[in-house]
Design a protein around this ligand. Structure first.
Ligand SMILES: Cc1cc2nc3c(=O)[nH]c(=O)nc-3n(C[C@H](O)[C@H](O)[C@H](O)COP(=O)(O)OP(=O)(O)OC[C@H]3O[C@@H](n4cnc5c(N)ncnc54)[C@H](O)[C@@H]3O)c2cc1C
Length: 470
């Protein structure tokens, strides 16, 4: 049952901003919008929707899988400092015509909202309290959030389904639940058990190295199309190959994972007609990599919410956005992070990464505040890559210099220095969130904006003032 509820993001006289997704992009966007709006005295109320009450440090999930304790970051505390309302639930649909997001509340949230509603019912008619509580609970399971501006940042997930059987028989380091399940399997594994990691990109390499270092009694193999670290420079690839060798990781290159089952990975030579590099010779049985635990790191799949809501998507489901990070037909919607397809200078979608998500979120936040304040649009979003960073366990790392278009150049930092820089990068991502949380701002926005504000029409022009009931 769907019921419209007055929310913290629905205060008369304030523009309503909804941020979908509480990852790196969503949290930075929400905090920055709230902080900047307060500084500029633009009255807004901001709500952030996320399925979990905890922030997931996704770039450390391979560390979590290998047994390192994750830092506990409560979203409510992080966001509360800026007055951002946390709605714990999953956005199921964006109704762009009505400017509403339909949220399926998580159980705890539903219970809390249901209990609050039931308390009111109790005061009026104590005798019917139980029935009222049950009804209120059911009604509160779905909540609609109206918005004047929306930031779309629901991120991405593991693309396990790329390999048949992957969903049932493989784990990943892409989300917290899977990383935790992998940690339990690794801890329970007997000495000599085999771990197969499918994929040869940064995440696969980081996962294989981390597992091999933390569980030296296990036998870890990495199988990939092309070469391991295909996007790296020669020097970068050579260092990765050496580090993996030192950690005891076996590598199989130019093979394609065709299936996963309870016994391991099924592989085929990438090009059956090519002689190959002898990799297939190292398989235990022709075409099979036996394994007790299979980890797939075969890429990320963007959240399906945009496509499912009828919004234009590109690149396998990422929200299509223009050079201002706005959905072309809906300029009141901004996209940031893995779920949106911001374009690089050549017109290709930027690679998914924290490195690209954070600046997009900051840009989108500034644009939202500027638009709500009635300012002219900012210059288009621009992004230039500088480095790719990779951990290889806790004692080794690789910092690969790249050109502004993300192409590797022959400059690398390796070893402990590389590990330390990578660690600094991880800390920096949290420092960015804290900065947006703690940055000083003038408190107390006025009831009315000092300048006429505008909500955003499909043509980018003015529409209803904020807070108008929908
Ligand atoms: C092991 C690992 C290591 C990595 N290392 C690096 C690295 O070194 N450098 C780098 O640049 N990148 C790295 N990445 C990639 C990086 O983590 C992602 O690019 C980054 O998390 C993207 O941020 P985001 O905010 O767009 O999405 P996410 O961090 O995925 O956050 C999205 C949030 O939205 C939530 N959500 C999803 N659907 C909905 C919905 N329907 N409604 C509401 N909320 C929803 C999710 O639960 C999540 O909390 C790594 C990734 C992994 C897995």
């Amino acid at each position: 049952m769907v019921e419209r509820k007055q929310s913290g993001a629905d205060v008369p006289g304030r523009a309503r901003v909804v941020v979908v997704g509480g990852g790196y992009a969503g949290v930075v966007a929400a905090l920055r919008i709230a902080g900047k709006a307060a500084r500029r005295r633009v009255p807004v109320s901001v709500a952030l929707v996320n399925p979990s009450p905890l922030f997931v440090e996704r770039i450390r999930l391979h560390e979590l899988a290998a047994g390192r304790a994750p830092r506990r970051i409560e979203l409510a505390r992080l966001l509360g400092a800026r007055g951002v309302e946390l709605v714990v639930g999953r956005a199921r649909r964006i109704d762009a015509a009505a400017r509403e997001v339909e949220v399926e509340l998580a159980d705890e949230e539903a219970a809390a909202t249901g209990a609050a509603a039931a308390a009111g019912a109790n005061g009026a008619a104590a005798a019917g309290a139980n029935g009222a509580a049950a009804t209120a609970h059911a009604a509160a399971r779905t909540r609609r959030l109206g918005y004047d501006a929306l930031v779309y940042a629901p991120g991405s997930a593991a693309a396990q389904e790329i390999v048949p059987g992957g969903g049932e028989h493989a784990l990943s380091v892409s989300d917290a639940a899977s990383a935790r399940a992998l940690r339990e399997r690794l801890r329970a594994a007997r000495p000599g058990a085999r771990v197969a990691v499918g994929g040869g990109g940064l995440t696969a390499i980081e996962a294989a190295a981390e597992i091999a270092e933390a569980f030296p009694a296990l036998r870890v193999a990495l199988a990939t199309r092309g070469r391991v670290g295909e996007g790296l420079s020669e020097r970068g690839r050579a260092y990765v190959a050496r580090a993996l060798r030192e950690l005891g990781v076996t590598t199989l290159e130019r093979v394609r994972a065709t299936r996963v089952d309870a016994h391991g990975l099924h592989l085929a030579p990438e090009d059956a007609s090519a002689p190959g590099d002898g990799a297939a010779d190292r398989l235990a049985a022709p075409g099979r990599l036996d394994a007790d635990i299979v980890v797939l790191a075969t890429g990320f799949r963007p959240a399906a919410l945009a496509g499912g809501s009828g919004l234009a998507t590109v690149a396998g489901g990422r929200l299509a956005v223009d050079r201002w990070l706005r959905a072309p037909a809906h300029p009141e919607i901004w996209g940031a992070g893995d779920a949106a397809a911001a374009l690089d200078g050549d017109g290709a979608p930027l690679r998914m990464g924290c490195a690209t998500a954070l600046p997009q979120a900051a840009y989108a936040a500034d644009s939202v505040v500027a638009a709500l304040a009635g300012d002219a649009p900012p210059p288009p979003f621009r992004f230039a890559f500088a480095v790719q960073c990779m951990s290889l366990g806790r004692r080794r790392g690789l910092i690969q210099r790249v050109d502004p278009s993300d192409r590797p150049i022959e400059r690398v930092l390796t070893g402990r220095a590389g590990a330390w820089v990578k660690e600094l990068v991880c800390r920096y991502t949290i420092a960015v969130l804290r900065f947006e949380q703690l940055r000083p701002h003038r408190r107390g926005a006025p009831a009315q904006a000092p300048r006429p504000q505008r909500a955003l029409g499909a043509d980018g022009g003015e529409r209803l003032p904020h807070g108008a009931a929908t």
